[in-house]
Design a protein. Structure first.
Length: 75
């Protein structure tokens, strides 16, 4: 009985139509691309706005850890 429940939950996650099997991965890809496009537009807006120099200085600032003479910079 336990095995039937596990099999049913696995089948419930599958798309019901053949077209859904083709379109769902494509739709997910477009959502990911749209999110990255939004980040790109925001970066372009910030760099061309009046606070562009602050944005550029923040973007080019070096970040790292230093303990005594041991240093670990992040590029």
């Amino acid at each position: 009985m336990q095995q039937n429940r596990q099999a049913d939950t696995g089948l419930a996650r599958l798309p019901t139509e053949f077209v859904d099997r083709l379109t769902k991965p494509f739709a997910q890809f477009l959502r990911i691309e749209a999110a990255s496009g939004t980040v790109l537009v925001a970066a372009l807006f910030l760099s061309n706005s009046p606070i562009g120099t602050f944005f550029l200085n923040t973007w080019e600032s070096r970040v790292g850890f230093q303990i005594g003479s041991l240093e670990s910079p992040f590029p």
